[in-house]
Design a binder for this molecule. Structure first.
Ligand SMILES: [Zn+2]
Length: 237
């Protein structure tokens, strides 16, 4: 952040402080007694100073706490970082958690558009409806459940809380891969909304298989773990 200040401006401030007639009491650039001009003051120090000064609880937290009990927020925020996925997929999850994902219901407050669901054209398009309650989205989740059951013989329930915050299962591998399916599923629903088409399990699974193929070219611990678990559960006969 400090490096972003043009060197000329920084120099000007230093000279001004150095040669002005009045005694210098403190630097003009202080946050919580932290001297921003100190070369040891990096972005981390500034962020922590601002964070300590004004702790704000994300507004989505209160909203979802009213919908679900016992949300482990640390787990919810960090969920997408367990996987080797692109930022667009992470963003959909994070925007839902913050309750700031833009739906027709929200847009209709400012624009001359209907607040009705893009998929069913029947109900109000809220975040909950779009990603879970809409019959077309529900159909995608049900088919993912059946796919997991068919391939692994393990029954899973992708419920409302699983879709919005995180999925829980005692089997670590199922827990890992189903959470990944859900993150990918939410991204699929997001893309379908933008393209004004209906979510479709066949297309979703083709996209997911392509994603797994790309992971084979990325040799990181996250990508290797995903490929190993996917192959073990879904590919080997
Ligand atoms: Zn709908």
């Amino acid at each position: 952040m400090i490096k972003a200040i043009p060197s000329g401006l920084s120099q000007l401030l230093k000279c001004h402080l150095q040669f002005q007639d009045v005694l210098r009491v403190e630097s003009l650039l202080f946050v919580n007694s932290l001297d921003l001009m100190d070369h040891k003051c990096n972005n981390k120090h500034i962020r922590n100073a601002l964070y300590d000064k004004r702790r704000i609880s994300p507004r989505g937290k209160a909203f979802w706490n009213n919908n679900f009990i016992d949300i482990d927020w640390q787990r919810a925020w960090l969920l997408p970082y367990r996987f080797c996925i692109n930022n667009k997929i992470k963003q959909v999850h994070i925007k839902i958690l913050h309750n700031i994902y833009v739906t027709n219901s929200y847009l209709s407050k400012f624009l001359d558009i209907e607040n009705i669901c893009t998929f069913c054209n029947n109900e109000i398009e809220s975040i909950s409806h779009l990603f879970y309650q809409c019959s077309f989205s529900m159909n995608l989740w049900t088919k993912i459940e059946r796919y997991v059951l068919c391939k692994t013989n393990i029954s899973v329930k992708i419920d409302y809380k699983s879709v919005i915050v995180y999925f829980e299962h005692k089997n670590d591998k199922i827990n890992f891969i189903v959470n990944l399916f859900i993150l990918y599923g939410k991204f699929h629903i997001h893309k379908c909304r933008v393209l004004k088409i209906i979510p479709n399990f066949s297309r979703f699974s083709l996209e997911f298989v392509d994603y797994i193929k790309t992971l084979n070219f990325i040799n990181t611990s996250k990508s290797n773990k995903t490929v190993d678990i996917y192959n073990e559960l879904f590919e080997e006969e």
